[in-house]
Design a protein around this ligand. Structure first.
Ligand SMILES: Cc1cc2nc3c(=O)[nH]c(=O)nc-3n(C[C@H](O)[C@H](O)[C@H](O)COP(=O)(O)OP(=O)(O)OC[C@H]3O[C@@H](n4cnc5c(N)ncnc54)[C@H](O)[C@@H]3O)c2cc1C
Ligand code: SF4
Length: 509
């Protein structure tokens, strides 16, 4: 009998493994303590993975597949991939082991080592999920100086004929990013987030019983994210109808009125592979072509770029830079992550909003992650390991292959500029322009120093000042140094002193 291992983020019903049921195949799924504790996960993330895994198990069993499912609190659970596989090998007449290639480096190494040790033939198959192979990005950029997302994205648009009119991009432009930086226009109603209604009590009780340490909230044990393919497709359809018409325009906008704005919230469904990126792209294009709504090109292209461009690019970068990526710390940052990242107790309203909604929903949209919490951590010089640890735990969609390039690379510039051409930092100016947060803040967005001056302002200049040696040569930053150099000496001194006071006690901000 062949034993086929399915990991918790491999819930892909459309994988060719499940084409027809075979009597000589036994599928194995397991919930194990190391996977629930390699980082401190948000309680909704734990609930989401276990609920979705159990739902997937029911689905494949209903299709006639043989499955051995090990629950976390099963007294027979040996709590590791290897020991559980060995236990199943003794129970059934297993002659061969197969697994789907994992997306995380840690698990990839673990299964490769296990294959070497186990006394049976072991082989792996592709996940059939991504639009590119692990090594495609490295191959594509082999002879190029920079690994720019935009070049890889254009290559994939041409390769797969997506939004193309022969050799030219539909709409005459590859990228509509310039139209996608609008501030939220309050006359346009934000669609309420589509919520599903699952109870997570059993999972939460089980995690408690097994001493799994988590954080974050789950109101009345109600889990609102999709846990199967059908619900994931319903969320996609809801997004197309309600979010897509304004997606691109307000992609970067933040408002205390809404935690999800016009975003799709499809990342959990995609990262667990309940849905396929190719089908999301095709369904989106079909929707726009058949819709009577006049959906502008900047909305459509903006969304396709996230899936076809950023998602595939980040995965390729991950495989290209691992395992060395883990140790990158370009600015040699070493401060601790402030305590308020874990409880949202800060006087900075932008941080409070982004962190509290993450604690309540295990979700923040891209600009909240990049330009609020990520921006602050970078300005404050927090060690990238601690920043990674927080991002990997708190978000429902956080799996290392996509979390790390976004956090350590894009947001913290710890790779020294492989992903981003300059650090994503900003003062209060940007936050005030793109959100309503500053209007209700203890701090004054217009002040750079002195009582109640916004910490983002002094920390912003302090960041450039202290990192001059590493950044001055970057042509995209020259302008900022010119502004700094033209400031009065007294102002510069006040700003630096203010930043140093704030840095001495970040927890008090
Ligand atoms: C510091 C930081 C950490 C992040 N950590 C994660 C993470 O752990 N897991 C994760 O899936 N995304 C991560 N992202 C990327 C992005 O923020 C999320 O994919 C997005 O917010 C998910 O919400 P959504 O589904 O509503 O996305 P939408 O805005 O609706 O976008 C649609 C889809 O495009 C894809 N996408 C968009 N941006 C990116 C990106 N930069 N990288 C990869 N895919 C992208 C996602 O699959 C997303 O579901 C991170 C970004 C930053 C700045
Ligand atoms: S004033 Fe500063 S701290 Fe307050 S919300 Fe604005 S940017 Fe954030």
């Amino acid at each position: 009998m062949i034993l086929r291992l399915i990991l918790g983020d491999q819930l892909n019903e459309t994988h060719s493994w499940f084409g027809k049921s075979e009597d000589d195949v036994l599928y194995l799924m397991m919930e194990i303590i190391p996977e629930a504790t390699y980082v401190r996960h948000h309680v909704q993330k734990l609930a989401g993975f276990f609920l979705a895994m159990r739902s997937f198990a029911r689905t494949i069993e209903s299709k006639g597949h043989h499955l051995f499912y090990i629950r976390l609190d099963d007294p027979e659970n040996r709590q590791s991939f290897e020991s559980n596989i060995k236990r199943v090998m003794t129970k059934f007449d297993i002659t061969k082991i197969e697994y789907i290639l994992p997306d995380e480096y840690r698990v990839d190494r673990l299964l490769a080592d296990l294959s070497d040790r186990i006394d049976l033939p072991c082989s792996s198959v592709d996940s059939e999920h991504f639009l590119t192979r692990r090594e495609d990005l490295g191959d594509f950029f082999a002879s190029k100086k920079r690994m720019l997302m935009e070049s890889f994205y254009r290559h994939l648009r041409k390769r797969d004929n997506i939004l193309m009119d022969r050799q030219s991009p539909v709409g005459g432009q590859w990228n509509f990013d310039k139209s996608n930086r609008q501030t939220y226009d309050a006359s346009i109603p934000i669609p309420p987030a589509l919520e599903f209604d699952h109870t997570a009590t059993e999972i939460i009780d089980m995690c408690r019983k097994m001493n799994i340490n988590s954080f974050g909230y789950i109101e009345k044990d109600r889990f609102i994210w999709p846990i199967d393919r059908k619900q994931s497709l319903a969320l996609l359809d809801y997004f197309l109808e309600n979010g897509l018409p304004y997606f691109g325009s307000f992609q970067d906008a933040m408002s205390s009125e809404s935690w999800s704005m016009f975003h799709s919230r499809l990342s959990f469904s995609l990262n667990t592979k309940m849905i396929h990126p190719g089908e999301v792209i095709q369904r989106t294009i079909d929707y726009v072509e058949s819709s009577r709504k006049d959906i502008q090109m900047n909305q459509l292209e903006g969304f396709i770029r996230q899936i076809l461009g950023w998602r595939e690019y980040m995965r390729g970068i991950y495989w290209n830079l691992m395992p060395g990526f883990n140790d990158m710390n370009y600015f040699e940052h070493d401060r601790d992550l402030p305590k308020f990242y874990w409880d949202g107790q800060t006087k900075m309203n932008c941080m409070k909003q982004a962190i509290c909604q993450s604690l309540y929903f295990a979700y923040a949209h891209h600009i909240q992650r990049l330009m609020i919490t990520g921006n602050f951590a970078l300005l404050a010089g927090v060690h990238p390991d601690q920043v990674d640890y927080w991002y990997l735990g708190i978000y429902i969609d956080a799996i290392e292959w996509v979390e790390k390039p976004n956090t350590r690379g894009m947001s913290q510039f710890a790779d020294g500029g492989i992903i981003a051409t300059k650090p994503y930092v900003s003062s209060a100016n940007y936050i005030r322009k793109m959100s309503d947060y500053c209007a209700h803040c203890h701090y004054d967005h217009s002040k750079r120093a002195g009582e109640r001056s916004c910490p983002f302002n002094s920390l912003y200049w302090h960041f450039y000042h202290r990192n001059r040696g590493k950044l001055e040569g970057n042509p995209r930053i020259t302008m900022m140094y010119r502004v700094w150099d033209n400031m009065a000496e007294e102002d510069k001194r006040d700003i630096v002193q203010q930043a140093e006071r704030y840095l001495m006690d970040l927890d008090a901000l």
